[in-house]
Design a protein around this ligand. Sequence first.
Ligand code: ATP
Ligand code: LTN
Length: 332
Amino acid sequence: MEQKKIIFSGIQPSGELTLGSYIGAIKNWVNLSEEYECYYCIVDMHAITVRQKPAELRKRTLSQIAQYIACGLDPDKNTIFIQSHVPAHAEMAWVLNCYTMFGELSRMTQFKDKASKNAENVNAGLFTYPALMAADILLYQADLVPVGDDQKQHVELTRDIAQRFNSVYGDVFKIPGHYIPKVGARIMSLTEPEAKMSKSDKGSGSCIYLMDKPEDIIRAFKRAVTDSETVVRYNPETKKGISNLMTIYSVATGKSFQDIENEFAGKGYGEFKLAVGESVVELLRPIRERAEDLMKNKDYLTQVYRDGAEKASRTAARTLRKVHKKLGFVER
Ligand code: ATP
Ligand code: LTN
């Protein structure tokens, strides 16, 4: 039988999952999960590059597992696990740190962005974050990494690190590619359509969370920033707000941009925004209900992440062993 290709992706439990991360990443994880062998991780070690409240981090990590499953990831078919449960990630990250250049890390836009937002805590972990992400991906010899547009630079750096290592030691790592969706790679903030929708913008109405209540979702869409024209037309250069809403509506309903323009020809923005809000309520309703149910069953969730870590550990240990041998570390 032909070996399935491998997928690895992860999300930090640094906040609640958003509609942006669902459309940009998780939705594609679900689509790809039949065809590939998939590892989906909750990257809690990445999350501590920014200060977290311990009780909240613990709760969000568990609830993120429930939300992965509720989005349609079947734990029997996908390996769902918590990064800190597989020590090989930390061990491999150290090795890869020694094959990652200061200059490369300095150029990462996410680092520059987070360093400016957390000026009082620009720690070394925040800087070397991409080496840990490379370790995540390379440990599993992943072929493909499904992420949103903002993570493309990190996946490209992972490829460079892998190639650098391979050029010294032979074919150790598979060189991974990124999988970025054609529609929805960068969902924008509802209140500031020039900026990415981000889970750290809590409370401003700019962001929709998977667990939001229907009335909050509708309210946020009613308030979404549009423009001074009154025509529903796709143009991400001049009509950022409307184009973003059209993207969301297209993903939620399966309609093309042309269909959407026809549907709302001659109608006002109010009607359009309400329709987008309602489509998102229906998209998220089953996910929220399922996740709430799963959160009541902690034993099941524990079983899922323990089984996941066991399976992930086996694969990760194989790559780590190979790397240690190549480096000249004495076998344990
Ligand atoms: P933070 O605000 O802490 O940086 P975030 O909201 O950007 O977090 P991440 O955890 O960094 O979310 O992202 C999880 C995954 O979802 C990544 O693959 C990322 O590329 C994707 N993603 C996040 N936000 C969006 C968005 N607005 N549009 C499309 N994809 C997104
Ligand atoms: N850096 C990513 C999260 C992340 C990741 C990964 C994504 C950590 N390790 C491995 C894909 C593959 C983020 O900030 N969203």
